[in-house]
Design a protein around this ligand. Sequence first.
Ligand SMILES: Cc1ncc(COP(=O)(O)O)c(C=O)c1O
Length: 389
Amino acid sequence: MRALTDRWRDEFPGLSHTTYLNTCSLGQLSRRSRTAVYQFLELWMRYGASAWYETWTGEVAEARARFARLIHAQPHEVALLPNISVALSVIASSLDYRQRPEVVLTEMDFPTLPYQWLAREREGARVRFLPSPDRISVPLTAFADAIGPQTALVATSHVFFTSGWIQDMTAVSALAHMHGALSLFDGYQAAGQIPVDVKAADVDIYLSGGLKWLLGGPGVVFMYVKESLIERLEPTTTGWFASENMFQFDPYHFDRARDARRFETGTPAMAAVYAANAGMGIIEEIGVDSVRARTQELVATLVGELRAAGFQPRVPDDLERHGGIVMVPLADPPSVVQALARQYNIIVDARPGALRISPYFYNTEEELRYLVDSLVTILAQSPSTQQPS
Ligand SMILES: Cc1ncc(COP(=O)(O)O)c(C=O)c1O
């Protein structure tokens, strides 16, 4: 599938001067997203506020529809929010913790998930953390043991940000539903790089956004809420975009929207919407299945090269359950990240105890080999940054 990379590489000018292997922090900027943001600026300059009615509302509708197509949902089930934290906070504000105080999540989830409910302990919320025995995955049996009649919500990741492990959304949702709880998946590390079908998995709430694998940059995330659930939730973190008739400007009555707009708050960041639309357009044009196949190929090459060089990447055995994130345990990951950037112009990332490398369809096998060779040289220069034995 090298041809796919060769066809798309020029769309990402940043790749011509940097070896970029950090898509799980921030996806590369495409020419299309850059052009789209300029287009937004042009409209702003030319039309001012009337751009809202002429074009910007249409651009928001397009973003909703594109994300819905990517995850097999309907546009009216998708809300736009500025980031994952705000989206989670809106959901957290919709739950009544008196009857069902518990929120089940895992120690592998991005910390902004637990923070939402740790911050609501005053309201009666209780966080139940599931441990990961191997720092890669969390067994389904742990979910089965923890979820019960006290559980309001199972809120976890679709793909773990420090292992690339793809959770079984169907099984986790079924376990939640068996006890009358809801399921929520943070798909920031998933949508774009792996196929997502929220209907097939019977997920209640699903979040993702442009920042990483959808190639849209920061500023907008999308939150899917299952149609039959929308009117059952009454968020108290809210705003005028959540009202059914927002342009009536009626300060006395707050009538929540009947569609997923009821989870929105205020004015969306339009530049981000333009960038996100262009990024999602690229993923749609390539097709998620092809993106996934090429990324899997690159991950397999990277893991093979790392092992051949004597490293022990912490990755799942089952490649079908592994997204494009490869962790390499090292004694001092931040200093290796710095050395790779300074000496070799290679961008990777560090998380506690490990280097985090995330190739995407636009990367080449040569870049992966260059990374592994550079790693070997750096570690030979500075034995304190060696891999723990
Ligand atoms: C899985 C996951 N969730 C959430 C976030 C960030 O959330 P927010 O949009 O609130 O900054 C990240 C990283 O940026 C992440 O990897």
